[in-house]
Design a protein around this ligand. Structure first.
Ligand code: GLC
Ligand code: CA
Length: 568
């Protein structure tokens, strides 16, 4: 039976003294933030690409689900070479997604429903179609227009070798040589991602002040915060020295971009201090969330020191194996590392860059970051096991103190779409790797809303920019909304109970139920995840469960049970 003795200390969400509501300004400390990938959420005009009016028309469903905020992946004008993470104008909306008026309407509707709106901002690089980059291409070497990016002469007698040996995160060299108007090759420019995504030079004061203004532009339109793309990039080591990455994954298969000359540089913190001041000009309730792939967690926590950003995505949690000891360790480390700087921990299991957790948690083969999943990937996941574990993992995550991210479709238990035909794939990583990496299309497939409608209700015409798998009919939102045992119903119950019981601002205390069981208390809830073969006797009244349980909790199931809290 249970041994109530905690393993060590209580793990307290910082700046909270108990189960108290977070102050209004601090909403982000406990928020559940729902990530919308605009091109795949809902299509209002039938062109097969999701858009802002499509989002606005479905916001009430997210309010009903019980999330506190939405984060929108980029909707700015863009040639869409990296699905909008290649921005050509930071102060407008791509006609593909709508207009500025549509963005205003979306923000207004969200606020009316009590949802905050976080915009994605991409400061590391622009699109090669950005006016500044076009200006740079026609400007001479050494000109101020070129100094907003990284233009360098090539090596070798005729400058035909790249200025250094850096490689792109999307595979291949991180440099591309320009072809001048007269057809001759010129200088090289740096791009840590696709050739169409030139890196900005953040030593340039002009770049810095331009971004201050971009933030102000969106804050004035009512945006509540920003998810900052590649927040570990921006600053490059002086002199751009050669660097060879020996491993992009650690021995556990976890993604690593420790400190390199192009990532995780300390100089980046000045930028975040500056951004903090800019968002605070508007109000203490506006927030910044870092996409910072830096490890270990103690270093990641530098991104969320009190005068920098508010949150950083907890990728180490996302990448942790489905094992009791590993989960316990990462959860404890996360709360400790972020608490040490006064920030809440965040929790995330899926996003638009990784294999959906309903597939990932049942993968039998190696799957390094960015490889994605396709028909030829080793160790294909078992769909039933994957969904079972995904539900257990999500229910466990939603009971953790701090702020949680939910990626669109995970509330439906959507798996990765493994069988996208090669001819339909669109991720630049797929093309740049010559098909060696499937990339991220499999987690970006348009959502199923209605089981019997064309494109499962994603668009009236049945068009969908990526094909949807046939099995998704049974996972559609309308089917799940009518089924009290569905994944959707589980999320809705969990989010309502989480809010009611103020779990986001609670304190975590481990409960020892043996090596095969992850168990902890948070306020009035005891959370138990059984990862062992032995079914566990159910120790109390069930508040929420990842599968319907009888007298015992089976393997790969999480339950929240009522806990009697001793009165002080
Ligand atoms: C981030 C985004 C990813 C994008 C990359 C380049 O990692 O999440 O989707 O491809 O940055 O902007
Ligand atoms: Ca559309």
């Amino acid at each position: 039976m249970c041994n109530d003795a905690p393993h060590g200390e209580d793990l307290v969400n910082p700046a909270e003294t108990g189960p108290m509501p977070a102050a209004a300004d601090d909403w982000w400390r406990t928020a559940v933030i729902y990530q919308i990938y605009p091109r795949s959420f809902a299509d209002s005009n039938g062109d097969g690409i999701g858009d802002l009016p499509g989002i606005t028309s479905h916001l009430h469903e997210l309010a009903t689900l019980g999330v506190d905020a939405i984060w929108l992946s980029p909707f700015y004008p863009s040639p869409q070479r990296d699905a909008g993470y290649d921005v050509s104008d930071y102060r407008d909306v791509d006609p593909l997604f709508g207009t500025l008026a549509d963005a205003d309407a979306l923000i207004a509707r969200a606020h009316e429903l009590g949802l905050r709106v976080i915009a994605d901002i991409v400061p590391n690089h622009s699109s090669s179609e950005h006016a500044w980059f076009k200006e740079a291409l026609v400007a001479p070497p050494g000109s101020p227009a070129r100094d907003r990016y990284f233009f360098r002469d090539g090596k070798g007698p005729d400058g035909s070798e790249p200025p250094n040996n850096w490689t792109s995160i999307f595979v291949g060299p991180a440099w591309t040589r320009e072809i001048r108007a007269d057809g001759t090759p010129g200088q090289w420019y740096l791009h840590l991602f696709d050739t169409t995504q030139p890196d900005f030079n953040w030593e340039s004061e002009e770049v810095r002040s331009e971004f201050d203004d971009i933030l102000r532009f969106w804050l004035a339109r009512g945006i509540d915060g920003f998810r900052v793309d590649v927040a570990h990039g921006l600053i490059k080591e002086e002199g751009l020295p050669d660097y060879t990455v020996d491993r992009t994954v650690d021995p556990d298969g976890r993604h690593t971009f420790a400190t390199t000359p192009f990532m995780g540089r300390d100089g980046v913190h000045d930028v975040w201090r500056r951004w903090r001041r800019v968002v605070e000009e508007v109000g203490a309730d506006r927030m910044l969330a870092a996409e910072a792939w830096v490890f270990p967690l103690e270093r990641m926590a530098h991104w969320v020191r009190p005068d920098e950003m508010h949150q950083a995505f907890n990728f180490p949690f996302l990448e942790t194996k489905w094992e009791v000891a590993a989960q316990r360790e990462i959860i404890g480390e996360s709360i400790r590392a972020f608490s040490a700087v006064g920030a809440p921990s965040t929790w995330v299991l899926s996003n638009h860059d990784v294999v959906r957790h309903a597939s990932r948690l049942a993968l039998m083969g190696e799957n390094p970051y960015g490889y994605g999943l396709g028909p030829k990937s080793p160790g294909q996941p078992d769909a039933v096991l994957g969904l079972r574990r995904a539900r257990a993992a999500s229910l466990m995550m939603l009971a953790l103190p701090g702020s949680s991210y939910v990626y669109q479709g995970e509330e439906l238990g959507l798996p990765e779409h493994v069988h996208i035909p090669d001819s339909k794939r669109q991720d630049p990583a797929w093309f740049r790797s010559g098909g060696e990496r499937y990339g991220r299309d499999g987690c970006r497939v348009p959502l199923p809303w209605k089981s019997t409608a064309p494109a499962y209700g994603f668009s009236d015409t049945g068009k969908s920019w990526l094909p949807q798998p046939a099995e998704w009919g049974t996972l559609a939102r309308d089917v799940q909304a009518a089924d009290s045992t569905s994944t959707l119903a589980m999320y809705q119950t969990a989010l309502a109970e989480r809010a009611e019981r103020r779990l986001g601002s609670g304190t975590l205390r481990w409960v020892d139920m043996g090596d095969d069981v992850l168990a902890f208390d948070n306020g009035t809830v005891r959370v138990i995840t059984n990862m062992g073969d032995e079914p566990l006797p159910l120790p109390g009244n069930v508040i929420a469960a990842s599968e319907s349980v009888g007298a015992t909790i089976p393997k790969d199931v999480t339950v929240w049970v009522e806990r009697t809290v001793p009165t002080a």
